[in-house]
Design a protein around this ligand. Structure first.
Ligand SMILES: NC(=O)c1ccc[n+]([C@@H]2O[C@H](COP(=O)([O-])OP(=O)(O)OC[C@H]3O[C@@H](n4cnc5c(N)ncnc54)[C@H](OP(=O)(O)O)[C@@H]3O)[C@@H](O)[C@H]2O)c1
Length: 280
């Protein structure tokens, strides 16, 4: 039996949908930062063979203000899950982030590239990775996640394109977008693995490049797009309490030896087709 934590989040919900079988899906009622709560849930469900941790404190700016809460969920939580997974004899896959890197380079980052998180979110996620790897479990890093549900940049962008004549998008930060249903499928393919992996859709892009492509694809599909100007702006024009990596594109060769990865533009087209009934 597969246990998915963070089941109401963007990735957790996509993974529950992709599983196509009975799963144990928990949200905040099983607080992963509370070891006793995690253990109690596990003891009540002795049939758990695999555990995927999609729970996180994922608001990057808010993590600066709520440091203890970010640490609780992003560092302590994965450590607890790793301990309990070991006790149960279950396999754990924990999800991490490109924000463990400092983003100062300009070439794709392999799993073993030096880390150097720039902000509290990244630091707490890095600690979570260490705790999971120490217990011999599996970590999959991902970047710039999008999909249906949740407060992600891409869902907001689709709404802006239908309501704002002009929008401003960052053009000096590069990474790889990841379609949550694609990552969910990949996770299901590596449930028995251990060690560190990275997954993102193919192609490095800025948010500006993504926005331009989304407008083109959405227009072609018949969405009522009203944006006639997309301005390319520096990230510094959006005030934030913390620094973000400038370049955090993964090298995903290790994962591509196990699964095929499609280009973000193909994933974007599918996302737009999936969203259509809700909008038109
Ligand atoms: N989103 C991205 O762009 C992105 C990029 C790189 C990596 N990631 C990583 O990918 C994973 C999935 O991210 P996501 O975007 O799906 O996040 P999400 O939408 O914020 O989902 C996380 C879920 O975890 C729940 N949660 C928070 N604290 C918890 C706790 N202590 N115990 C149990 N559940 C708790 C949240 O509940 P509430 O919403 O009620 O707080 C939320 O439902 C995370 O590990 C994240 O760090 C995300």
């Amino acid at each position: 039996m597969l246990w998915i934590t963070g089941c109401k989040g963007l990735l957790g919900a996509a993974l529950v949908r992709a599983s196509r079988q009975a799963v144990l899906a928990t949200g905040k009622e099983v607080d992963i930062g509370d070891l006793a709560a995690v253990r109690q849930f596990a003891e009540k469900h002795p049939g758990i063979t695999h555990l995927v941790n999609c729970a996180a404190f994922s608001q990057v700016d808010a993590a600066e203000e709520f440091k203890e809460m970010a640490y609780h969920t992003n560092a302590r939580g994965p450590g607890h899950l790793a301990i309990v997974a070991r006790e149960m004899g279950a396999k754990l896959i924990h999800i991490s982030t490109d924000y463990v890197f400092d983003g100062k380079g300009r070439t794709p980052l392999v799993e073993t590239a030096p880390t150097g998180p720039l902000n509290t979110y990244g630091k707490t996620k890095w600690e979570g990775e260490q705790k999971v790897l120490e217990q011999g479990a599996c970590v999959i890093r991902t970047s710039w996640l999008f999909g249906s549900g949740g407060q992600n940049f891409v869902s907001k962008l689709l709404k802006l394109l239908q309501t704002q004549r002009q929008i401003r998008l960052t053009d000096d930060q590069w990474s790889r977008f990841t379609y949550a249903p694609d990552l969910a499928q990949a996770i299901l393919s590596v449930l028995d693995r251990t060690g560190l992996y990275q997954y993102a859709n193919r192609g490095v892009a800025t948010k500006y490049e993504f926005g331009v492509a989304m407008r083109e694809e959405a227009c072609a599909l018949g969405y009522p797009i009203v944006t006639d100007e997309i301005l390319s702006v520096p990230g510094a024009s959006f005030p934030s309490p913390c620094e973000r990596p400038i370049y955090s594109a993964f090298d995903t060769s290790k994962m591509e030896r196990i699964v095929n990865i499609r280009h973000w533009r193909d994933a974007l087209k599918e996302f737009l087709c999936e969203q259509m009934p809700a909008y038109l």
